[in-house]
Design a protein around this ligand. Structure first.
Ligand SMILES: *[C@@H]1O[C@H](CO)[C@@H](O)[C@H](O)[C@H]1NC(C)=O
Ligand SMILES: *[C@@H]1O[C@H](CO)[C@@H](O)[C@H](O)[C@H]1NC(C)=O
Ligand SMILES: *[C@@H]1O[C@H](CO)[C@@H](O)[C@H](O)[C@H]1NC(C)=O
Ligand SMILES: *[C@@H]1O[C@H](CO)[C@@H](O)[C@H](O)[C@H]1NC(C)=O
Length: 308
């Protein structure tokens, strides 16, 4: 099975191999990955709320057809509701998973709000058109018909592939900079659950890795590789994101082509700086150019400091 999977994803894997070969140069700890920032623990924890809002709104709307404003409106702190979010057409198992994740994100927002105080919910673009645009960027051509994340379970899980993972690598990058015991405990406990969510989504995708994502001639594994490569390009800091099928040299101990969890050569989680995170979620490759999921940029002191 592994061999067959490998062949069906051969072309993107070659590209990935090239990217990997050059990643030594890319990943040098220079300004590329984002200069170290001066920020309080509160700023760092609040920065994470931007991603928690994205996850909460995408999962709540996808599973229930309504968002944070109908569950815990105070958490939004008067920030605008997202645009374009829809109820997704999900099979019963996916529906259960996404609904549970949705409520977990509400809990995460509540945890941060209670611990350090919240920030305003940023404007979020969760329209099918925005996801279609991201997928077009990832595959390098205009998909016809346009990719719609809300159409069915596989599309929704592929769209979700992006979401907890970016939060997860952000949390891994945050913890070493925190000085306060309470803040460290909080972020570690959020990281645990984000990783779990990411693992579940990736396992669902791996199960269908060789299937085509109808009506496109692109398999699930190819989509994951292409989305991951797009994120690596946008973040501009080497390979920190890998699809569910990879060349052996990116697999665990160089011995697997399955890549159900994305990890480095020691099977440690990758980490990203706040700059890398917003370059990805803005879809612009620049921490000072809002766009993508955040048409007006992210909120809180750290994200705002990149915009000025
Ligand atoms: C850590 O942060 C919490 C929440 O902001 C605060 O209540 C606590 O006093 C801080 N502890 C230290 C040692 O700074
Ligand atoms: C959301 O994204 C779509 C696709 O890029 C765009 O057409 C639309 O104007 C965006 N909406 C907002 C409010 O930025
Ligand atoms: C689908 O893609 C495969 C390779 O990825 C190619 O061999 C095949 O010709 C394509 N089929 C169509 C209908 O485009
Ligand atoms: C896996 O291969 C990479 C080079 O591709 C090498 O740097 C690394 O040490 C190898 N890991 C193991 C466990 O052999």
């Amino acid at each position: 099975m592994a061999r067959k999977l490998y062949r069906s994803t051969y072309f993107p894997l070659i590209l990935l191999s090239f990217a990997w070969a050059f990643s030594g140069a890319l990943s040098s700890k220079d300004a590329k990955c984002g200069r170290p920032i001066k920020a309080s623990d509160t700023d760092r924890v609040q920065f994470a709320m931007n991603l928690e809002f994205l996850e909460a709104e995408f999962f709540l709307n996808g599973a229930l057809g309504h968002g944070l404003d109908s569950i815990t409106p105070y958490l939004a702190k008067g920030g605008p509701p997202p645009v374009g979010a829809e109820k997704a057409n999900l099979d019963p198992v996916t529906q259960r998973i996404i609904e549970e994740f949705a409520y977990q994100e509400v809990g995460h927002l509540r945890a941060i709000y209670t611990e350090v105080g919240g920030i305003k919910r940023p404007l979020l673009n969760l329209s099918a058109q925005n996801f279609a645009h991201i997928m077009d960027e990832a595959v390098g051509k205009k998909l016809q018909p346009p990719f719609n994340p809300y159409r069915n379970s596989i599309n929704y899980v592929l769209a979700s592939y992006a979401v907890p993972y970016v939060g997860l690598v952000g949390y891994v990058g945050t913890i070493p900079y925190l000085s306060n015991f309470t803040a460290k405990g909080l972020i570690a406990s959020l990281l645990g659950v984000e990783s779990g969510q990411d693992a579940v989504l990736r396992a669902l995708l791996y199960e269908k890795a060789t299937q085509k994502v109808a009506p496109y001639n692109i398999t699930v594994a190819e989509f994951t590789n292409k989305i991951s490569m797009l994120r690596n390009r946008l973040a501009n800091c080497g390979i920190k994101d890998e699809g569910v099928i990879v060349p052996r040299k990116l697999g665990a101990e160089n011995r697997t082509t399955s890549n159900i969890l994305s990890a480095d050569s020691y099977s440690r989680s990758y980490s990203r700086t706040p700059q890398e995170i917003v370059r990805i979620v803005y879809g612009t490759g620049s921490e000072s150019k809002p766009g993508g999921f955040y048409p007006h940029g992210a909120n809180g002191r750290i994200a705002k400091s990149f915009l000025s």
